[in-house]
Design a binder for this molecule. Sequence first.
Ligand code: PLP
Length: 431
Amino acid sequence: MQTIYQQMDSGELAQTIASLKDEVAAAKARGLALDMARGKPSPSQVDISRPMLDILGADSDLHDGSVDCGNYGCFEGIPSARKLAGEFLGCPAEQTLVLGSSSLLIEHDIVGTFWRCGTCGSEPWSAYAAAHEDKPVKFLCPVPGYDRHFGITEDLGIVNIPVAMTEDGPDMDEIERLVASDDSIKGIWCVPKYSNPTGITFSEDTVRRLATMTCAAPDFRILWDNAYCVHDLYDEGDELANIFDIAHEAGTEDRVVAFASTSKITFPGAGIGFVGASPAVLAEFAHHLKAGLISADKLNQLRHVRFLPTLDAVREHMKKHAEFLRPRFECVEQKLAEGLGSTGCATWTHPRGGYFVSFDGPEGSAKRVGALCAEMGVRLTTVGATWPYGEDPHDTNIRIAPSYPTVEELSAALDVLVLAVKLVSAELAAE
Ligand code: PLP
């Protein structure tokens, strides 16, 4: 599609660029300092979980059933927390571990375990890499995606392969084609509900195809990071098919390893993190983890399950979060539609949950837009971060994280983004 700037004659375009530059100069003079960079809840949003901090005191009973949470033991996590974890992840409680205070470290640990020790009788991924010098271990990375996922595999020297996201989740035709014949592709990163950053929820067909596709690697693993499984903005949330049920039926249960945490439910980085997997994969992971862990922080687990004892209680709590988030997401939609809707300069996603909006400008625009926003006092997520190695080949994608600023700050930040996109698009049209 042509942008409005590409349709202008050179005189009109030069005049438009001059007046946009004046607007940029005025914005710079305002000395803004706004942050739309990372997906953090706002301080008042975090405050809604403060009552949890009063739940455990010096006189509290520290038992969960027969488990003494004040002492070593119960490596797998306390029973009430495992029950909740099973409900979150869609698998039996016995197929879960409740570990530390967040999920990313568990994801890092499990990929490290597969790398060092292998899984389900296959050689360690590191041994595969050593034996196939010209065929490195690879991982599929839906793009735009979550930079920290890509960082975990990159850190081990695994080669990250981008795969396009569609409205239904990652491009399954491409994935099926790649994994069917290449046994060096050992897995895929997935954020299946309200994906980071597109907000897309995988369709049932996508979930089914992932769980049932033919993989050349017997040790192919789907890392199913369901970080936003209860993070609906509206009463009618997106529905995600249960991958464990489908995989169980298909006999591919060992393929799925699921994660979640309460980071964006209670306290970021100070919640509880879960992993769910087949009995075989869970047992091997537990075996390796036990080399370095006697038991996780069960007092934190106890505090959490007393505050949020059931999934229904979690959903009620999430409605309070949605009260904060909904106006911010609606502000993004409104500002982008008003500012850029008729310019042909941009497309963006319209999530019904999660923490992000994915924005695409014209080819070759994103880095320049990010830099111009910074000059006007607005910090965006590092441009390119939504692609492996920070390399967005078309330089179009920007992740918008609307949760942290106030609506007023967000509104001002979006005015700046809109202005930057307009000027960069106009300048590109003039080149
Ligand atoms: N997974 C995804 C998809 C995320 O977007 C985030 C945070 O933004 C995390 C994991 C981090 O979660 P935790 O705090 O549980 O490590």
